[in-house]
Structure formats: C-alpha cells, structure tokens
Ligand binder design. Sequence first.
Ligand SMILES: NC(=O)c1ccc[n+]([C@@H]2O[C@H](COP(=O)([O-])OP(=O)(O)OC[C@H]3O[C@@H](n4cnc5c(N)ncnc54)[C@H](O)[C@@H]3O)[C@@H](O)[C@H]2O)c1
Length: 325
Amino acid sequence: MQTYLITGGAGFIGSHLCAALLKQGNRVINIDNFDPFYDPLIKHNNIRHLADNQNHILRKIDLRDREKLNEVFQSEPIDMVVHLAGMAGVRPSIENPILYEEVNIKGTMNILECMKTFGIKKLIFASSSSVYGNRPEPADFTEDMALNKMISPYAITKKAGEDFCYLYHKLYDLTVLALRFFTVYGPGQRPDLAIHKFVQLIDNHLPIPLYGDGSSMRDYSYIGDIINGITQAANYLHQHKEVFEVINLSGNRSISLKNLLHIIEETLQQKAIVNQLPMQPGDVEATRASIAKAQRLLHYEPQTTIEEGIRQFVAWYKNNKNNHA
Ligand SMILES: NC(=O)c1ccc[n+]([C@@H]2O[C@H](COP(=O)([O-])OP(=O)(O)OC[C@H]3O[C@@H](n4cnc5c(N)ncnc54)[C@H](O)[C@@H]3O)[C@@H](O)[C@H]2O)c1
C-alpha cells in the first residue's frame, strides 16, 4: 500500500484518480479547496462515493495556504504527490490572469517547497497540451518542441509549473513526470468543456455556441485512458529515481469540431441548433499529440474511441442530469 497525496482530488480527473488508486488498495490524501470555478456541488458529488472509505482522507485546503499545506505534509507519511489542482480553462485565464498565476504558479511552488522541506521525492504534475500554443506546421506535437507559441495565461502558468518542477528536480533530486494532457472528456467531465456543454445544450433544445468554422482540431482523451496513463506514470516513478520527463497523454486521434458535433448528434439522436461565433482568443487551431514517448516509457495505449467515449459520456449525463449545475 502506497500513500498518495492528490491535489485537486475532488475535480474531474482527480476524483477518477482517487477512486482508481483506492481501488488498488492505496491510501489517498485528497487536498481540494472546492474552488467555485464551476459549481462546488459537482465536486462534492464526484467524491461522494468515497466518503465511507477509510483510506480516503479529504482535507479542504487552498494551495495558496502554505501553513495548512505544511501541516498536512508534516502529519502524513507520503510516498508520492500527484499535483492536479489548479485553475483550469484557457478562456477564463485571459479574464483573470493574476488568479491563474497565484494558484497555478505560486500554488505549485508551495507544493514543491513542502516536498523539499519534508523530503518527499516523487511527483506527477498535471501539465497541458496548451503549452504547445498555435503552430502553423501540421506535425504532431512532440515533447522536445520549442515552446514559444503560447497564446493564453493558462498555458504560460502550466509551462512555468513544468519549469519549476525541473528546477526542483535539479536542485533537490525530485523525481518528476510532467504529463501534458490533451482535452480530457468522459463521465464527470467539467461542465465548462465543449463536449459536456454541447450535450447539455442539445439535450435541452438550446443553441450551441460554435467558435470558428468548425474546422479546429482536437486530440480528445478519454478519462479512463488518462487514468491508466497516470497510474502507469506512478508505477514508473516507483521504479525510477532522480528522473525528470515530460510526457504527452492523449487519445491519439485528432478530429474536427464539426466531426465531434456530428458524433454527439448521432449519439443523442438529435440535431444541434448551431450559433456560429468567431474563434475565441486563447483557443488554438489544432492539437495533435505524438504519444511515442508515453508508449515507450509508460506502455501507454489509449483504448477508447471517440465514438465509444461519447456514448459513455452521454450515458453518464443522462443518469446524472439532475445533479448538473
Ligand atoms: N480536463 C482537461 O482537459 C485538462 C487538460 C489539460 C490539463 N488539465 C489539467 O489537469 C488538472 C485537473 O483538471 P480537471 O479537468 O480535473 O479540472 P477540475 O477543475 O475539475 O479540477 C481541479 C481541482 O482543483 C481544485 N482547485 C482549484 N484551485 C485550487 C486551490 N487554490 N487550492 C486547492 N484546490 C484547488 C478545484 O476545486 C478542482 O476540484 C488541472 O491542473 C488542469 O489544468 C486538464
């Protein structure tokens, strides 16, 4: 049994990860401040089924509160930290860049400082495909690409998080995997993200906002595949010392917004009412990952097609409609 400290464990990805690690018989210390970026009730619902699990310790703490973080690190034996908490979302970061800087950069530094102080060596950090920015060349994104094309404060905070992880690896021998997630979806998906928003609006016969002409491309990742990738990353860290790696995790297939909408319409058996709007600042034209490094180091192989993943999401949505904000 390992003890994992998960930050953001009440969120979309975090709640799935807590459940998976607990199922494997581990202990999980879950730090989350139930931030109101979207309805905190959804986050309480995400982890309701873990309430009776003795191995799940929930601590309502803000990443920016160094003293409270110190108390947790001091009082609990921790084998590995999985740092998922943060302000997510590209467009809102343009509205409120200072908040993103405080939570995503300073919050990450607080976690790294606690790890340094209490001698915790293993860390998984949630980074993002947005660090690749807008790239005119059609090539797949590889981890060694120069990152000089970022177009949102969110992307910059994630890159800064990676850089601080690298610094603490160099200075204090932390072993770190920074995982760049590509648009994650599936049961429990954040309500601000396109698939969730589209399904909810179409189901309610309301117009959907479609930014751009529908040709923008995304490499969507199913939550179950991402959770496998994170647990494989944890296994890698258990077996390796003093490494730092940045690794893409995606569904390994890029599709257009138009095509995504078509799959959602087919699954819901209902046509969307489309309200076409200009591209939003901060949104990149296309994301497409190379997952060769994840395949090589983690034996990562995404299993879920977008069609199957959307079916899973819609089934979850229909069962949970009344809990949606
Ligand atoms: N979902 C995606 O498509 C995606 C893609 C790339 C990267 N990521 C990154 O993965 C991580 C998890 O994403 P998610 O989709 O589960 O988002 P989420 O918003 O559902 O989860 C983040 C959690 O962090 C918590 N949090 C926010 N600020 C906090 C603070 N100051 N102190 C403590 N807790 C705080 C929130 O309450 C939330 O429960 C984030 O870092 C996000 O940037 C997500």
